[in-house]
Design a protein around this ligand. Structure first.
Ligand code: CU
Length: 246
């Protein structure tokens, strides 16, 4: 049995837009760029303190100061980056090949203990055609280079805490070998199809080494994309699945 405290701790990680997210503004150097590799450069402005956030204004969460999450409107392209702070600017190299409008979120925690999750938009042009925006439906199983992830089919209701069991297996029959990624058993990043909300939660390790338990509450009904990231056999896996919230 899980205690309610465990649930609360996981939820408090990075909730949807909250007061600190309104407070911290993501000011990117570029709103649009040709496909290819570039540094995504930005500043974080604290509207309350009326100053830009430096490296020392933040505490480390899941081994990094800032987690930068980027995905396109079709919810197919996905990047989880860790910008570094230098000369008053945060930056992370990113290679985008596919055209489209992207959502970019910078997540972190202020020294005073407030989490923030700040959104900017970015457009990629002159690359391969944008992914079509297709229905996601309920697909709770996916794989990445031989590693298979499956979520249990618990029914999900809007604004209600749900428990999803999380199981990792391998196509070659070997036992799955999970190792923590960025200080967690796995990282789950979820967004509704509108793309403009973000939930970032961490499943707990389960009783078996290849199993976990994910507690999540979705604030919007409809389809949700989930990207699930973990390390298995020393390789980072990123597996997209999707669920429907009623
Ligand atoms: Cu995470």
């Amino acid at each position: 049995m899980k205690s309610i405290f465990g649930v609360l701790i996981f939820l408090s990680q990075f909730a949807f837009a909250d007061s600190a997210s309104q407070r911290i503004e993501l000011n990117a150097a570029l709103m649009s760029a040709p496909a290819g590799t570039r540094d995504y450069r930005f500043k974080l402005y604290d509207k309350q303190k009326k100053k830009f956030i430096t490296d020392s204004d933040l505490v480390v969460t899941h081994t990094k100061k800032i987690h930068l999450l980027m995905y396109d409107e079709a919810l197919k392209e996905f990047f989880h980056l860790h910008p570094v702070y230098k000369d008053q600017v945060w930056s992370a190299p990113v290679t985008t090949k596919v055209n489209g409008k992207y959502f970019v979120w910078a997540q972190g925690e202020l020294e005073e203990g407030e989490d923030f999750s700040s959104l900017a938009r970015f457009e990629v042009v002159n690359g391969t055609p944008a992914n079509p925006k297709l229905p996601l439906s309920d697909i709770r199983k996916g794989s990445d280079s031989g590693t298979v992830l499956e979520l249990s089919n618990a029914k999900l209701k809007v604004n209600q805490m749900a428990t999803l069991h999380f199981k990792v297996t391998r196509e070659d029959g070997k036992p799955a070998a999970m190792k923590p990624y960025l200080g967690a058993f796995a990282h789950v990043i979820a967004t509704p199809t509108s793309g403009d909300e973000l939930l970032h939660v961490h499943p707990m390790a389960g009783s078996k080494p290849n199993e976990g338990m994910l507690h999540a509450s979705f604030t919007k009904a409809g389809e949700q994309r989930l990207w699930i990231q973990f390390i298995e056999h020393d390789q980072l896996k990123t597996i997209p699945v999707s669920v429907i919230v009623y």
